[in-house]
Design a protein around this ligand. Structure first.
Ligand SMILES: Nc1nc2c(c(=O)[nH]1)N[C@H]1C(S)=C(S)[C@@H](COP(=O)(O)OP(=O)(O)OC[C@H]3O[C@@H](n4cnc5c(=O)[nH]c(N)nc54)[C@H](O)[C@@H]3O)O[C@H]1N2
Ligand SMILES: Nc1nc2c(c(=O)[nH]1)N[C@H]1C(S)=C(S)[C@@H](COP(=O)(O)OP(=O)(O)OC[C@H]3O[C@@H](n4cnc5c(=O)[nH]c(N)nc54)[C@H](O)[C@@H]3O)O[C@H]1N2
Ligand SMILES: [Mo]
Length: 764
């Protein structure tokens, strides 16, 4: 008899059908109108599972610190669990005793399981905070620049601003013009960190369209908004949105279209900001002619669009891509300044929105019923907390000083790294630079189900189970999902909880870490904690039987009417913001006090380190958009279907405008070399006129596969991107600022090796 279990994931809820310990079908959840195809990856039993604990040969034979340069090249020796756990635990003890907790880095960023018990990163933080702490990170690769800047001008955390954001029901009723900087890609909205509920964005967009909302896509790709919605497309050179926004404000000032009342009562620092826009403070008016030069958009078009925005009920949306770029902080601040100038903030369907198109829960309103996670103790004082994407500098620049968000510090000397549930050898920028920094620590431990590029570069690898292989519980926007064990873990793979409980035992922390419970018992405990606050919820067994839970009063995602900052609009004194002035700040005294040369105290155009039409663009004439893949979640399941099926010539597809391809003698299906002064990769050509001719698009996530010269054969764009912080304010990643060139690869293209088994040898 086939078994049916339920599963929640970052890309939605599913029903998993299994028989004889094999998954035979992956069904979309019965409540999901539009299940994501990404889940079909679960159908494929992978040969690339880590089946037994494994240790890198030189490390095992020579001890910690031996031949870090052979990480990723040495063969592995498979060992017993007890030996692997003892090796890793002894290293934790040695590092802490000899070097202190700051010598351990366990920031471990990544999108491991969405389950609340077996969340690999959370479990790792729980254990290692109990053990005295470690050098940690703040922020995300997604939104660090926004997380850094938003509190200064809105007086609230960035994620709180998203939660309070205008909901789809209001947009579909009231918005005339939905202006999006940075795409509203339907496939991006299939995903939400920590658990996507049923998928509704597409329906909402259709509904808005049929109610008369017009969508304006300002960005480099025509298909960033689905053609079904019949969006207008305004191409713009990537990385230049702020110049466009400032010129819109300049136009509104010149045409006396500024909402003076709103600005006077709700905005702090308008005058100083307006002086900058008019060029009174720097002798450069931010006119449409000025912006035309930077953005590549005709000056008249800029003025017409500014007027149109002011004539209609307009919502300004900024995606995340625009802030994952050099000076990315400015795009969020300038977009909000434009919304202030238009004066529609707090009106239904008008104002500012963050970041529609980046995740499926945006626009849902505050409906999330949070399932509590595993308790994590507070950070022990001492070790530093760095901006997440600065970890390469952390590894290779011990003692160097850094500035971030008004503070400065020194990087400690990292001796040991522990990663659970992330793939830095996909997600970090300039991977060849990372590969050399990664040689420095004495010991690197990775927990992974698969032989990913990161697992291959570890000293000790612990084989983890996947979400299909254990019970868990997850929260999505409008649903709570019970995760059932569909199949057994293969080989000797174990749950992350079990792995860390074994380590805890060696550190004399087992009772504290487990509180005497198994993973399954924790699932029930977390559910009961939820139930204690939600009396209507059925008991645990009933919940597991149904496989999911919906709040009885819960409206469909996005249906509850919520307007961002409506109370603040109606009474800016009684509902003042958390900024020093209580208003939206377009001039921040606090930021002025930091004195940063790369983050001024008002929204400003800051020349990025490279862009089309700017420095270097003669040499590197194409802009690389390394956006999110539609067929997978980042790098997950890149080695199997559906990701493998979407490859071109066995490599990650790169989209090229037909004219650009023709100029270079490239045809559909060819292997091409993409290169700049930082690195190169191979990719498979797809010709498409949905791109600006000066733009190429290569999604993230192909498994990094450098040849001896560092050319990635699989097509990971992060051999081309620069590893530089957005500014001293947030120090976020700037992957979307990237120029390249491209050529036909002549000769026999080398085989991609990243999907091969690593090499194993027996212990001598
Ligand atoms: N150039 C460029 N680079 C980018 C971006 C970009 O736009 N451009 N985007 C960035 C962004 S926004 C992000 S969020 C990052 C994403 O970067 P990551 O979150 O690191 O990417 P994932 O591929 O999701 O990695 C998750 C890893 O966890 C593993 N895993 C899954 N389940 C489990 C489990 O139960 N236990 C354990 N132990 N492991 C598990 C998976 O096999 C996988 O290797 O990439 C960033 N990188
Ligand atoms: N299917 C799928 N969905 C995902 C993910 C996934 O891996 N797979 N990852 C999720 C994660 S972790 C995140 S953080 C979000 C990311 O969400 P976003 O950051 O919004 O997504 P991206 O795909 O990086 O970029 C979206 C579009 O922005 C445009 N763009 C790039 N640079 C610029 C620019 O300078 N100006 C303008 N105007 N447009 C620009 C590009 O055309 C690109 O297609 O997506 C999430 N959704
Ligand atoms: Mo992300």
């Amino acid at each position: 008899m086939n078994k049916l279990t339920s599963l929640g994931t970052h890309f939605g809820p599913y029903r998993i059908e299994s028989r004889d310990n094999e998954v035979v079908a992956v069904h979309g959840h019965e409540l999901d109108p539009s299940p994501s195809p990404i889940g079909q990856a679960y159908l494929h039993r992978s040969e690339l599972r880590v089946l037994r604990p494994a240790v890198r040969r030189s490390w095992l034979e020579g001890g910690p610190g031996t031949r870090g340069d052979l990480r990723g090249k040495d063969p592995f020796i498979q060992v017993e669990w007890d030996q692997a756990i003892a090796l890793a635990s002894d290293e934790l003890k040695r590092i802490r005793t000899s070097h202190g907790p700051q010598a351990l880095f366990a920031g471990s960023y990544g999108w491991g399981s969405s389950g609340r018990v077996h969340a690999p990163g959370a479990l790792l933080f729980r254990l290692l905070r109990m053990y005295g702490g470690f050098t940690d990170v703040w922020g995300t690769y997604s939104s660090t620049a926004a997380e850094g800047i938003v509190p200064y001008f809105l007086g609230m955390r960035y994620h709180a601003a998203i939660g309070r954001g205008t909901s789809w029901s209001v947009i579909s009723e009231h918005t005339d013009l939905f202006v999006s900087f940075g795409g509203l890609r339907r496939t991006n909205t299939e995903v939400t960190y920590g658990g996507q509920g049923t998928h509704h964005t597409e329906n909402w967009m259709k509904k808005a369209k049929s109610n008369g909302t017009e969508f304006l896509n300002i960005g480099p790709l025509r298909d960033d908004i689905d053609s079904q919605i019949e969006p207008r497309w305004q191409p713009i050179r990537p990385g230049t949105d702020v110049a466009f926004m400032l010129a819109c404000i300049h136009t509104l000032i010149c045409k006396k279209r500024i909402d003076e009342d709103f600005v006077e009562t709700h905005v702090q620092g308008w005058e100083q900001f307006a002086e900058y826009v008019m060029g009174e403070s720097d002798h450069q008016p931010k006119s449409s002619a000025w912006a035309s030069n930077i953005t590549g958009i005709d000056a008249n078009t800029i003025e017409e669009l500014a007027e149109e925005m002011s004539n209609r009920r307009t919502l300004i949306n900024v995606g995340l891509s625009v802030q994952r770029a050099d000076h990315g902080e400015q795009s969020y601040w300038a977009a909000t300044a434009l919304a202030c100038a238009l004066g529609q903030i707090g009106l239904p369907g008008g104002g500012i929105a963050f970041p529609f198109g980046a995740q499926g829960n945006v626009g849902a309103g505050q409906v999330r019923k949070r399932v509590p996670g595993m308790p994590i103790p507070p950070r022990p004082p001492g070790p530093p907390v760095i901006s997440v994407s600065r970890f390469r500098e952390l590894l290779d620049q011990p003692g160097a000083s850094y500035d971030c968000n008004g503070e400065s510090g020194q990087f400690p000397d990292i001796k040991m790294v522990w990663w659970a549930g992330g793939n830095p050898f996909h997600h970090h920028q300039n991977l060849n630079e990372l590969a050399s920094a990664w040689e420095r620590p004495e010991t690197i431990v990775v927990q992974e189900p698969f032989w990913t590029p990161t697992a291959r570069r570890a000293d000790i690898v612990f084989p983890s189970s996947t979400p299909l292989e254990r019970n868990d519980i997850g929260g999505a926007e409008n649903l709570m999902i019970s995760h059932g064990r569909a199949v057994d873990p293969p080989g000797e793979a174990r749950d992350d909880y079990e792995i860390l409980a074994m380590v805890a035992d060696q550190l004399d922390l087992k009772d504290r870490f487990t509180e005497g419970r198994t993973g399954d018992q924790w699932v029930e405990v977390l559910y009961d904690l939820f139930r204690a606050e939600n009396e209507w919820a059925p008991d645990f067994h009933e919940f597991c039987e149904a496989g999911y839970l919906r709040h009885p009063d819960m409206s469909e995602m996005g249906e509850n009417e919520q307007v961002f900052l409506s109370e603040f609009r109606s009474d800016p004194v009684a509902h003042s913001l958390g900024t020093p002035s209580g208003r939206i700040e377009l001039w921040s005294e606090t930021i002025a006090g930091f004195g940063y040369d790369d983050c001024p105290p008002h929204p400003a155009w800051m020349e990025p380190y490279e862009r089309l039409g700017g420095t270097n663009s003669d040499q590197w004439p194409l802009h690389l958009v390394s956006n999110q893949p539609s067929v997978r979640l980042h790098s997950q399941y890149d080695h199997t279907e559906p990701s493998r099926g979407a490859k071109v010539a066995g490599r990650e597809p790169i989209r090229i405008h037909p004219t650009t391809a023709r100029d270079r003698g490239i045809s559909e299906g060819d292997v091409v070399r993409v290169f700049n002064n930082r690195g190169s990769c191979l990719a498979g050509a797809l010709l498409d006129d949905a791109l600006m001719p000066e733009v190429v698009q290569l999604s993230t996530g192909a498994w990094y596969d450098p040849d001896p010269e560092g050319m990635c054969r699989a097509g990971n764009p992060n051999v081309l991107t620069r590893d530089k912080g957005t500014s001293k304010l947030a120090q976020g990643p700037s992957a979307h600022t990237c120029l390249v060139d491209i050529e036909l690869f002549v000769g026999v293209a080398p085989r991609v090796e990243s999907y091969d088994q690593p090499q194993f040898v027996d212990q001598q």
